[in-house]
Design a protein around this ligand. Structure first.
Ligand SMILES: [Zn+2]
Ligand SMILES: [Zn+2]
Length: 179
């Protein structure tokens, strides 16, 4: 089955410079080509509907894709573990050069009269995907002592005092702490 990320480019290469609009939605990684993120890190599901919008243009020496890539991602709040669903949109501007070795990071390669946008889409999303996420900017997290979700209810646990500071506040007397 042909991948929706494979774009026919014969017409673009015949008439330089020309461009065509690229506009489609496809599973992020329908062929399961790419490694998922480690457990617990924000990740994009392989079947997540990913939107690609922009234009592909030929120029003397290659092709250039300019556009936007958007994909929904899942994460857990690093403070309270609440599941987060959000969408990441990334602006992309990348060159394609014929028979470019795959380890080159200046440009992507293409062969013959088809170009594969999948590696570009994958790289763009994974480079911008945060390594950790918060459910909200001021998430209070879980109490380290009793485990209560402090966004939902406060608890009576005293803030833990590091032994070194405890000793210091003993020496200085109680009223010097906190100011
Ligand atoms: Zn949270
Ligand atoms: Zn507590």
């Amino acid at each position: 089955m042909s991948s929706p990320y494979l774009i026919p480019i014969a017409a673009l290469l015949r008439n330089v410079p020309t461009s065509r609009a690229i506009n489609f939605t496809a599973p992020f990684d329908g062929k399961r080509e790419f490694e998922p993120r480690p457990e617990g890190e924000p990740d994009v599901a392989s079947d997540a509907p990913t939107r690609i919008e922009g234009s592909l243009a030929s120029y003397p020496g290659g092709l250039r894709f300019v556009g936007t890539v958007s994909a929904p991602f899942d994460a857990l709040c690093r403070r309270c573990s609440t599941p987060i669903h959000d969408t990441l949109s990334v602006l992309v501007k990348e060159r394609y050069v014929e028979d470019m070795p795959t380890d080159n990071d200046e440009a992507y390669g293409y062969e013959g009269d088809e170009l594969d946008l999948a590696p570009l889409v994958h790289d763009a999303i994974f480079l911008e995907l945060p390594l950790t996420a918060l459910c909200k900017e001021d998430c209070l997290g879980l109490c380290a002592q009793c485990g209560v979700d402090r966004n939902e209810s406060p608890c009576d646990c005293a803030a833990p005092i590091h032994p070194r500071w405890a000793k210091l506040s003993e020496l200085l007397g109680d009223d010097s702490s906190g100011s």
